[in-house]
Design a binder for this molecule. Structure first.
Ligand code: HEC
Ligand code: HEC
Length: 472
């Protein structure tokens, strides 16, 4: 199997990345302060959803849709990032020459551009198989995108000239990409800046109609912080989206936020939103990947009992008697790193969102962050390492035995370097956080603490529990 070290891999993705990133967000005003004092477990309320979409159309849109609204002119993209065959979707036309994580489309008639798509962050190869919907934990955003963006701007201008339609289409976007480059620098490899990008991008948007603003609308929180990428097959069980459950209301509206990267205004955004009703239908049918190695049914049955006693009240039940409680667990109880939740609560993005076209036009969506984290469904959890909202814990064994969690650890970056016993990517303990591929849990927001619910178990019970988790 081919090896993709973080660095070279990142280079390939960066362009898209830039474009795409946005996706998610959060926000909220009054409610925030009272909720941040919350000490009790919070069951989430369901909001009405439009279920009239077509999953087939939704998948087409995921593969071909111009959801980002704009991108890098085709020739410049080709020059800087080269041509790569689409081996996953085997699409036609210009898309045949792009990896499945990119989309080519005409930003205005006759001007083909390239942007990233949802699969840039929401697909990953594991053990030789590309899994759509699995969060990509191998990207590297630890360096500023500034130099690359400057090169892009320079090349677009030189290739097409200042009076071209290409430059006109690209210019505004190119300018603010540069303005936000520094904001998305992450403390660790694997950590994803999606919300951060969203925050940076909308800080240059008028909230009423999403048009560009020359003046910055609000200041970004400091310092920069990111998260792991959750799997998409669990969306169907959720009443609120995102790690802190801040995504409330209509899911199709929440999911189209990636569009603020490039759309001109809310008229265009409205067209895009309609397609996301179909994307939701596709998401609702997405299934987790089955565990690819042998499972001892006897041991798993022992584990199931342990799960029911120790884990179900937060994570639900699976199999014939399926249930999922949709709870936000306050920081005081979960005790995992609070920085991401604090960032969500403090970000000015929340107010912007709630007062914007997103929050003020139908179908309504809003952001309501909380001082805690959603206890996620555990379907396909064998594949979603590293664990916790910040991806600070490398495998299921260490998630369930906190004294074994490494402070500094690194992965090879090879997509078949998987540990089927401890269930997660093989990792090496490091002496410090200096290595390029090292995850340093002493960084801001990267703490490995909390979620101590497995600590009371004996090692054999823990092995049985892990065997059961493989079956989900
Ligand atoms: C730049 C990376 C990136 C891109 C591109 C991206 N996402 Fe995400 N997505 C994330 C991250 C990171 C999160 C977690 C943020 C959080 O929960 O605070 C997330 C969260 C989500 C969630 C919430 C899942 C849950 O369990 O709560 C959904 C649904 C989602 N993304 C769908 C999409 C769709 C659809 C697209 C394309 C339109 C997309 N994303 C594009 C990075 C990305
Ligand atoms: C009091 C509620 C609660 C209990 C009990 C609980 N969990 Fe969790 N669990 C959570 C929350 C909340 C998170 C997310 C924390 C975060 O990301 O910071 C989580 C995260 C996880 C994750 C990581 C998921 C991922 O993809 O990152 C796994 C795996 C998990 N729990 C398994 C278990 C198991 C197994 C048990 C029983 C031993 C258990 N949990 C008990 C609330 C709970």
């Amino acid at each position: 199997m081919k090896s993709f070290p973080f660095a070279s891999h990142a280079i390939r993705w960066v362009p898209l990345i830039i474009l795409l990133i946005a996706v998610s967000c959060r926000s909220s005003l009054q409610v925030v302060s009272s909720f941040s004092d919350q000490k009790v477990v919070h069951p989430l309320k369901a909001y009405p959803q439009d279920t009239t979409g077509s999953s087939e159309k939704g998948f087409e849109y995921m593969k071909y849709g111009p959801m980002v609204g704009n991108g890098i002119p085709w020739e410049v993209n080709k020059k800087i990032f080269g041509v790569l065959e689409d081996t996953v979707f085997k699409r036609e036309g210009l898309n045949a020459m792009l990896p499945h994580t990119n989309i080519a489309f005409e930003a205005v008639p006759g001007v083909p551009v390239v942007s990233g798509n949802c699969f840039t962050c929401h697909s990953q190869e594991i053990n030789g198989k590309m899994v759509l919907g699995l969060g990509n934990s191998f990207s590297d955003y630890t360096r500023s995108l500034g130099p690359l963006l400057r090169a892009l701007n320079f090349n677009v201008k030189r290739k097409y000239g200042k009076n071209s339609e290409e430059w006109e289409t690209y210019e505004e976007q190119g300018k603010w990409y540069l303005a936000i480059a520094q904001a998305t620098v992450m403390p660790n490899p694997g950590t994803n800046p999606a919300f951060r990008l969203e925050e940076a991008v909308v800080s240059y948007r008028n909230k009423e109609d999403l048009s560009f603003s020359k003046k910055k609308k609000f200041l970004l929180e400091k310092p920069s912080i990111g998260s792991d990428v959750p799997p998409l097959w669990n969306v169907k069980k959720k009443k609120a989206l995102y790690y802190t459950g801040l995504g409330r209301g209509d899911f199709s509206k929440l999911l189209m936020q990636v569009s603020v990267l490039g759309v001109h205004d809310s008229t265009k955004a409205r067209e895009i939103q309609k397609n996301f009703v179909d994307v939701m239908a596709w998401l609702n049918e997405l299934e987790p990947p089955a565990y690819p190695a042998e499972i001892s049914q006897e041991l798993a049955e022992e584990g199931r009992k342990i799960f029911l006693t120790n884990c179900s009240k937060c994570h639900g039940t699976y199999g014939d008697n399926e249930s999922y409680p949709n709870k936000i667990i306050p920081i005081s109880k979960i005790q995992t790193d609070p920085v991401y939740a604090e960032y969500n609560l403090n970000s000015r993005l929340m107010d912007w969102y709630n007062e914007s076209w997103f929050g003020q036009s139908t179908p309504y969506a809003h952001h309501l962050p909380s001082y805690g984290y959603v206890a996620p469904p555990l379907d396909g959890v064998w594949a979603t390492a590293p664990y916790l909202h910040n991806g600070s814990v490398p495998d299921l064994w260490t998630l369930l035995k906190s004294s074994d969690r490494p402070i500094y650890w690194s992965r090879s970056g090879e997509r078949d370097d998987f540990n089927f016993k401890l269930v997660g990517w093989n990792y090496k303990k490091e002496k410090n956080g200096k290595g390029k591929l090292t995850y340093d849990t002493t960084e801001n927001g990267a703490g490995k603490e909390g979620h101590y619910f497995g600590d009371r178990l004996e090692d054999e019970e823990r092995m049985a529990l892990i065997e059961y988790l493989k079956t989900l």
